[in-house]
Ligand binder design. Structure first.
Ligand code: UDP
Length: 469
């Protein structure tokens, strides 16, 4: 497929390699579209595991690395082990595919390499080294926020200070301690993944940050100064290499660049059309997180008790212990009528359109970084319910740095939940109200992507940097 009309017009090309999950692939595709619009050719290498659909992105050249992933990696329930296994399985095929791309490209104008650089997802810690072995500089695209990435970079220090392993040494009373240098994060907000042990996770973090320091030429972040300026400054200082804040990518990029994991149920937009402005709470825990049946039922009771209309994404398989994936969501019998009257349940929504809909007044979110940014950009206040990984970091920023949301509470209890939902949805006014703060951030995000604004300037700088590599 490469080498056709989609190849570079300016004589230089960037090879990209997204991590094979939709919420990682989407920002990579968005960045690809933006680089192309600035005259660089793009070849998208990809794994066959969770492969993107080339037909949805006819403007890009896709090349499979033809890896072979062991079954135990493909189906692993341990996310950290899976990320390690994917790095192991994809390193050699990536190296070979990149070498083939170089051989295909030959020399560029004025003796420069035709392939200016590769951009790999930040979780691909083995790939910057592989790129180095064929003589190509590598940049990493972080698909989490700057605060989360800074937390990773700070891990050796945190470990030396006794913050890790969280599950081992930290006693309960230490979990609420604010982490020096990472305020407002507390110990309990540091990245961890249920079902993966701390040592494996720390090993993974060390691999990611070592690769950044040893073999990458820079980092690209899907964030912007107005929300994470101090964190970006600290990252630049820690890494002593360029860090380009080109976000929010989804606002800057051409609209089509989104990898759909499932077919969105667009019927929910018509349902929203019937609701009054800012009356609906949108509920979604993203594409990976799951909850157990007890938490699901408590959540359902909380929503019902709040009196607020809700649009709830319940992915098949996302309620643990609920039986067959194809079975309808397991609502308690007493709630079925309330759900029918006041709720709308879908398996997957067109989320960006939902958040932009005037009827949506709040977002119960797990605080995945894409969801967080999408809510920020639409000025929607959030009810945070982080599940794992960087979500705890983003959730804390929502509630304690940006003031654009409330915490749903660690202990799931229906009456407290209903109260918090009502508080979030109330037409509370004043500069400190989450809704007002959310609207302020929305204006800043929009300013950021204006012609000549900070995001487009950062992108221009990135392209210039790539040309010079
Ligand atoms: N998303 C969607 N419809 C849904 C749920 C999620 O389109 O019903 C999209 C959402 O807009 C976001 C992505 O899936 O772009 C989820 O990414 P995020 O980083 O928030 O969370 P993750 O899925 O990685 O946990």
């Amino acid at each position: 497929m490469a080498g056709d009309g989609r190849s570079p017009t300016t004589g230089r090309r960037v090879v990209m390699f997204p991590f094979p999950f939709a919420s990682h692939t989407t920002p990579m595709l968005q960045l690809a579209g933006l680089l192309r619009a600035r005259g660089l050719g793009v070849t998208m290498l990809h794994a066959d595991f969770n492969a993107p659909d080339p037909a949805r992105h006819p403007e890009l050249a896709f090349v499979s690395i033809r890896e072979s992933i062991p079954d135990e990696v493909a189906t692993s329930a341990d996310l950290v082990q899976q990320m390690i296994g994917l790095n192991d399985a994809c390193e050699a095929p990536f190296h070979a595919a990149l070498a083939a791309e170089l051989a295909r490209g030959g020399g560029g104008q004025s003796g420069q390499r035709e392939v200016a650089c590769v951009v790999v997802d930040g979780q691909w810690y083995k790939m910057p080294g592989a790129a180095g072995r064929v003589g190509v500089p590598a940049l990493a695209l972080r698909t989490d926020g700057a605060a989360a990435f800074l937390t990773l970079l700070s891990t050796p220090r945190l470990r030396a200070d006794g913050y890790f392993p969280i599950n081992g040494m930290c006693t309960r009373d230490r979990l609420d301690e604010v982490v020096l240098g990472l305020e407002p994060l507390r110990v309990r907000d540091l990245i961890r993944v249920d079902g993966s042990d701390d040592e494996t996770m720390l090993h993974f973090i060390a691999c990611v940050t070592d690769a950044m320091r040893a073999s990458s030429s820079g980092v690209v972040l899907n964030t912007f100064d107005a929300i994470e300026a101090p964190e970006l400054a600290k990252i630049r200082q820690e890494l002593s290499r360029p860090a380009f804040a080109v976000g929010p990518l989804h606002l800057l990029a051409p609209a089509a660049q989104q990898e759909e994991q499932h077919a969105p149920d667009r019927g929910c937009l018509a349902w929203l059309d019937e609701r009054s402005p800012r009356s609906v709470l949108y509920v979604s825990l993203g594409s990976v997180a799951t909850i157990d049946l007890t938490a699901f039922e408590e959540m359902a009771w909380g929503l019902a008790g709040s009196g607020v209309p809700f649009l709830w994404v319940i992915r098949p398989g996302s309620v643990r212990g609920a039986g067959d994936d194809d079975a309808p969501p397991p609502f308690p019998e007493e709630l079925i009528e309330t759900v029918r009257r006041r709720g709308k349940i879908v398996a997957w929504s067109p989320q960006r359109e939902v958040l932009a809909h005037p009827a949506v007044g709040g977002f119960w979110t797990h605080c995945g970084w894409n969801s967080t940014l999408e809510a920020v950009c639409e000025g929607v206040p959030m009810l945070v319910h982080p599940c794992f990984g960087d979500q705890t970091v983003s959730a804390r920023y929502v509630t304690h740095r940006w003031g654009t949301g409330l915490d749903v509470g660690r202990v799931f209890e229906r009456t407290a939940m209903a109260r918090t939902i009502r508080r979030l949805m109330a037409r509370e006014l004043g500069p400190q109200a989450p809704r007002e703060r959310a609207r302020l951030l929305m204006r800043q995000a929009r300013h950021c992507v204006e012609e000549g604004g900070p995001a487009s300037s950062a992108l221009d700088d990135l392209v210039e940097y790539m040309w010079g590599l």
